[in-house]
Design a protein around this ligand. Structure first.
Ligand code: NAG
Ligand code: NAG
Ligand code: NAG
Ligand code: NAG
Ligand code: NAG
Ligand code: NAG
Ligand code: NAG
Ligand code: NAG
Ligand code: NAG
Ligand code: NAG
Length: 385
């Protein structure tokens, strides 16, 4: 009996050690967030040197860090208030694609039970690229999670309302097209539609309404052909509605993970639900395809060919991998998160705590901007355990 005491003590020590916040990781994320804020432009409401949809991701990653750090929270709450007020003036194409263009592709709009409170404001956040629209929807859910401000949740519901009117896509009587021109069915808008619907199912008053949408969207997505035999997701579908074999971008392996975690939660599924099983397969397929021997995540365009959208993607993957890790942990995921954050800090950092596009480093000639910075911040935040 005596020998049990030290074992119990040791076990408790290890457990509490594992759950205590790693202050080094906090310091690193804090430093990266401080540098990100040097790009924030109070007049435009987004971050200088990156685009409109990237701004939504900057806001989201600041919100995620806010949940863990009160000092950043103060900054972030100010950002939310200001951005909510002014950023629609920066939208390149406000309300593009609304009305006629937002009716369903087959001419029949899906029946909506009354227009939600935020729908009018939401229209000003839409630019006709449905993925951009939903990045903002998710950003306002993230801001709502930090602050509880109902205007933010209303806005996210309004975004979903408009996008739901773009359903179904050109393919298979479900899903949504990539934009208001209705010529391409991409993976990303469809993952985002699922993610936003599932997140709203866990937060909005009409939970069942959003859960029903999320379930139908996942049923469509799973059968769409977007997921390939390696359990990774290609860029989109052909005009014949089959997998187009185009690039396996990291963000397309990421958004779906958080979406399935939220759907699992909303559906009240058992711990081993098919949603989590599907997410696990995609996470493992993505890690096999997109990480190096150290476990650091890479994009196929690195080091010199990533455009101003592609520089954002990896952080989105890691942010969502951490989400999955929270409900269905796997050492492999933790290793990727830790290795990416550690490599960013050690190998891909400027003296001013700016981070470049290739997380193995060095910082490339194209340098650092708010997109590479916020993407790195996602990984650094994920590595706060
Ligand atoms: C804390 O985080 C840093 C940076 O991510 C890492 O290098 C270090 O090993 C971590 N320390 C512990 C005790 O886990
Ligand atoms: C926020 O981060 C800073 C820098 O790492 C740290 O000094 C502070 O204690 C953190 N705050 C919280 C609440 O963790
Ligand atoms: C962040 O700030 C908001 C608004 O002041 C507050 O309601 C919330 O509790 C804060 N959260 C944290 C984690 O400090
Ligand atoms: C159009 O799509 C909606 C939603 O899936 C469906 O309910 C409706 O029957 C379709 N209409 C036609 C004419 O195919
Ligand atoms: C719409 O946005 C304005 C600020 O631009 C805000 O004052 C108002 O409360 C918002 N309305 C709703 C219903 O969220
Ligand atoms: C998941 O759990 C259910 C019972 O809750 C069980 O019937 C099923 O076999 C389990 N599936 C797997 C793959 O473990
Ligand atoms: C941000 O920097 C990366 C390289 O570090 C570059 O590929 C990207 O185009 C830059 N973005 C903008 C908007 O200039
Ligand atoms: C980035 O994405 C936006 C839409 O989200 C698009 O309008 C723009 O052309 C893209 N930029 C590049 C360099 O492909
Ligand atoms: C964890 O991921 C590895 C692949 O990286 C996989 O072989 C293993 O089955 C996973 N474990 C669980 C419990 O899902
Ligand atoms: C990841 O880092 C955390 C915190 O430093 C540590 O507790 C954990 O063991 C690490 N996991 C892996 C697989 O590296």
């Amino acid at each position: 009996m005596h020998s049990l005491t030290p074992i119990i003590t040791l076990t408790l020590t290890l457990l509490s050690g594992a759950s205590a916040t790693n202050t080094t990781a906090m310091d690193h994320a804090y430093a990266a967030a401080t540098t990100l804020q040097t790009y924030y432009n109070p007049t435009t409401g987004i971050w200088n040197t990156c685009g409109w949809w990237n701004g939504a991701n900057c806001l989201t990653t600041m919100a995620d860090l806010s949940l863990k750090n009160e000092t950043i929270n103060e900054t972030a709450v100010g950002v939310f208030e200001n951005t909510f007020r002014v950023a629609t003036n920066t939208n390149p194409y406000p309300a593009r694609g609304i009305d006629a263009d937002y009716t369903a592709a087959n001419g029949t709009a899906y029946t909506i039970p009354g227009q939600p409170t935020g729908a009018a404001n939401a229209s000003l956040w839409l630019d006709g690229s449905y993925d951009d629209d939903m990045w903002w929807g998710l950003a306002w859910v993230a801001a709502y999670d930090v602050t509880g401000v109902s205007d933010y949740l209303d806005l996210a519901e309004g975004v979903f309302y408009h996008l739901s009117r773009a359903w179904p896509s050109l393919c298979g009587n479900g899903g949504i097209d990539s934009d208001y021109t209705h010529v391409y069915v991409g993976a990303i808008p469809n993952e985002l539609f699922l993610a936003l619907g599932a997140q709203l199912a866990n937060r909005a008053a009409d939970s069942e309404y959003y859960l029903d949408w999320a379930k139908r969207q996942w049923a469509w997505f799973e059968a769409s052909g977007l997921i390939n035999d390696d359990h990774t997701i290609n860029d989109g579908l052909t005009t014949a509605c089959t997998n187009n074999g185009m690039t396996v971008w990291s963000y397309n392996q990421g958004v779906i993970l958080g979406a399935l975690v939220e759907l699992h939660r909303a559906a009240g599924s058992p711990a081993n639900s098919t949603y989590l099983e599907a997410a696990g397969k995609i996470a493992q397929g993505a890690i096999a395809a997109l990480t190096d021997a150290e476990g650091v995540v890479h994009e196929s365009c690195e080091p010199d060919a990533c455009d101003s959208n592609e520089t954002q993607f990896k952080g989105i993957f890691v942010r969502n991998l951490k989400w999955l890790q929270g409900v269905a942990p796997n050492e492999t995921y933790a290793r990727v998160i830790n290795a990416s954050a550690a490599s960013l800090w050690a190998n891909d950092r400027t003296d001013a705590n700016g981070f470049g596009v290739d997380w193995s480093g060095p910082v490339t000639a194209a340098g650092v901007n708010a997109s590479t910075q916020s993407s790195a911040l996602d990984a650094l935040v994920a590595a706060i355990w």
